[in-house]
Ligand binder design. Structure first.
Ligand code: SF4
Length: 86
């Protein structure tokens, strides 16, 4: 999977001097577990009333990370960045 998958990202600047193409294949974080890339998760803000992965997960494995809480304004800014909204 690439970083741009499902978004309008053409490149991603990690802020440490590293810039990668949105189309460049990335190594998976795990081949054993499903995971959510928090830099791309907007908690479905702007699209749905609630996080859709959590809403449909039959075993309640999509849970909030207390170490990574984001405000609505931050999530909406991320949505705008991901989808190239002006
Ligand atoms: S909350 Fe929404 S955006 Fe985030 S991983 Fe789940 S389905 Fe994707």
């Amino acid at each position: 999977m690439d970083l741009g998958g499902g978004t309008e990202l053409t490149e991603v600047d990690f802020g440490d001097g590293t810039v990668v193409s949105g189309k460049a294949p990335q190594s998976p974080v795990s081949n054993e577990f499903y995971y959510i890339v928090s830099d791309k998760c907007t908690e479905c803000m702007g699209f749905h009333e609630e996080p859709q992965c959590a809403a449909v997960c039959p075993v309640d494995c999509c849970v909030p990370d207390p170490e990574h809480v984001e405000e609505e304004e931050t999530l909406l800014a991320k949505k705008a960045w991901l989808h190239a909204e002006a």
